[in-house]
Design a protein around this ligand. Sequence first.
Ligand code: ADP
Ligand code: MG
Length: 253
Amino acid sequence: MGDAIIYWEVTTIDEVMIQIDSVRKVYKVGSEKVVALNSITLDIKRGEVCCFLGTSGSGKSTLLNLMAGLEKPTKGVIKIKDEAISKMNEKQLAKFRQQYIGFIFQSYNLIPTLTAVENVSLPLTFRRVHKHPREKEAKALLKAVGLKQHMHHKPTQMSGGQQQRVGIARAFVGTPSIIFADEPTGNLDSRTSEEVMNMMLKMVRDRQQTFVIVTHDQEIAKYADKVVYILDGNIEKIEEKTDDIRRYVHHEE
Ligand code: ADP
Ligand code: MG
């Protein structure tokens, strides 16, 4: 008596969330052509934590922007939940992004004139959520990222780590299926970056979200289920932590 009963529930998720098929991206700069991505083919599963690792200029941000529908590929197709986002028009894309995608930027990209609560609730404004439920969710998320005391601070009144937490809360608002992060710890010291990584991991695992991170930092790769090494616009190799994607959901009562 008195011992905790522990249940282990194994959930296998092998639904493809993001499908990248022969994607190429060439930028034209004057008369020069820059091949940012040569030919990328890859699937990312639902609930997977996938890290793209590569040096500066290898094409990581380009790929992330294509996956998030912020740019169009020169060739190839990107599907999210079986919908070809690479073929959508701006209006369809905006709606799709609002519904399914959260984005965390290296440079936080907060609106300087807005408080933490206002920044976090902004995506819900676009979804036409009313003020009260909007602020309620924003406040709950800010609490979850440890910013209970900073709800009404503006970006300049917060440290880098705190601003990044606001950026994280904003990406999670409305529980999008996919969270994209471009060098999310790039401006943070190593201790803060570990805290921020652990926090993001807990949030995506709790919500069974797909998490795609691009980084040049080897340390970040250790958090991922799958590490995709990018070199000169190509996939160099892929390392997977487990044979198949299994989630061990730990319940204690
Ligand atoms: P990473 O994020 O890995 O540092 P990027 O995806 O930003 O790499 O860039 C890949 C390559 O594409 C680089 O050579 C970069 O200069 C080029 N590039 C990226 N964006 C543009 C752009 N908007 N116009 C022209 N060249 C670009
Ligand atoms: Mg980049």
